[in-house]
Ligand binder design. Structure first.
Ligand code: 2IP
Ligand code: CA
Length: 375
């Protein structure tokens, strides 16, 4: 039963294609940015942008997956609101229409009447994606979709996506910034338990093809459901030297606290999803974040993949509490179905206590043992 997985992967490929298209058409891209306002603003950035690509991608995934799985339709949520204001001051509700022509007509309104751009996007939105991946036919897990819900981050690391640098050099395999950290993240979780079940990470800017600036995407997936763990990735090999990946804005106090464990091996990278991917790929042993600056849509998909590899993502504050109380195994993992009490806007879905993402239990334990007295 790989239909849900296939449907979400196809949606992620379409999403990646739209993200590439918006980036590749410079004139189009400059039209598409609008500053976030009010309670939906991520407190972390002075300038946080919502792009039309973001909104469109979220709507396309909702539309395509909701059509195939009507029972999921009302349970697919993401970071973005689908209201978009164009340069003429008109508010347009962005959605996928029944036909390509109708979608193009709607997009023309968003795009200040730029017909060619609207048609290009509408064609990408209505394109049929055919996956040729024999590995998917071997996936035999039945996931009851009527008990599931979905978090989408249409483009994580929006800032890097907007800056658009494709020429950043990786440091030991990790890109500190640039387009490589802009990812499409899709996570399926259990509506009642809140546990992550299925995750997809799509890298729209995995590799630059020919002609230059035509990007190729790559996807990764993982399923962790009722004791069955499957993934497109293999469990990474243990690294010889311990290494952690952190946000470039991480507090100095946490950096200092981690120094005894990692020494010089503190790596910094943009994108919450990208840092989780680095852990899943074995490029770092852990991603530690001291603040509540990630959200359910950032972590749900990567979390399911990490679980499928034998790891997970714990709530740092809760895990430290448990550790101090003598509990050193089964530390509290993030869950996805409960809003933060008393919070408003995007903050309802923040991973408030900070996080530790890991594959190997021993790496999680090393982080906890190091932080428990120093942080
Ligand atoms: C952001 C994005 C940022 C990340 C932040 C996320 O999501 O992944 O890069 O901060 O936590 O919420 P950092 O790069 O410091 O890890 P978005 O780009 O979708 O707003
Ligand atoms: Ca995000």
């Amino acid at each position: 039963m790989a239909t849900l997985l296939k449907s979400l992967l196809a949606a992620s490929e379409k999403a990646a294609n739209i993200a590439q298209l918006c980036r590749q058409e410079e004139a189009l891209f400059s039209l598409l940015i609008e500053e976030k306002k009010g309670v939906d603003k991520n407190k972390k950035f002075l300038q946080d942008f919502k792009t039309l690509a973001d909104v469109l991608i979220q709507e396309v995934i909702k539309h395509d997956v909701g059509k195939e799985f009507p029972e999921l339709q009302d349970h697919i949520r993401g970071e973005e609101s689908n209201k978009f204001e164009n340069g003429l001051g008109e508010t347009v509700v962005v959605q996928v229409c029944p036909t390509q022509q109708e979608t193009a007509a709607l997009l023309q309104k968003v795009l200040d009447r730029k017909q060619a751009a609207a048609e290009l996007l509408a064609a990408a939105i209505h394109r049929e994606v055919v996956l040729s991946d024999p590995a998917l036919d071997k996936v035999a897990v039945t996931i009851p979709t009527d008990s599931m819900a979905v978090w989408i981050d249409p483009i994580d690391s929006t800032n890097q996506y907007i800056r658009g640098r494709g020429d950043v050099t990786p440091v030991d395999g990790i890109y500190p910034s640039g387009l490589h950290s802009a990812l499409v993240l899709i996570g399926v979780y259990h509506r009642h338990s809140g546990e992550p079940v299925l995750g997809i990470i799509n890298e729209p800017f995995f590799q630059e093809g020919q002609p230059a600036r035509r990007w190729q995407s790559k996807y990764h997936w993982g399923i962790s459901y009722r004791g069955t763990n499957l993934s497109s990735l293999s469990q990474p090999l243990l690294r010889a030297a311990p290494r952690v990946v952190l946000s470039s804005n991480e507090k100095v106090v946490l950096q200092k606290a981690l120094a005894p464990l990692y020494g010089e091996q503190l790596c910094f990278a943009s994108g919450a999803g990208y840092k989780m991917l680095c852990v899943a790929l074995g490029l770092a042993d852990a991603y530690v974040l001291s603040e509540g600056s990630t959200f359910k849509w950032d972590s749900c998909g990567p979390h399911a993949i990490l679980r499928a590899l034998g790891g997970g993502i714990v709530d740092l504050a809760e895990a430290l509490k448990a550790w101090r109380a003598g509990q050193h195994t089964l530390l509290p993992e993030l869950s996805y179905n409960q809003p933060v009490q008393g919070a408003v806007g995007a903050e309802c879905w923040a991973n408030q206590g900070g996080i530790v993402a890991y594959v190997y239990q021993e790496h999680l334990e090393a982080v906890m043992a190091t932080l428990v007295d120093a942080f």
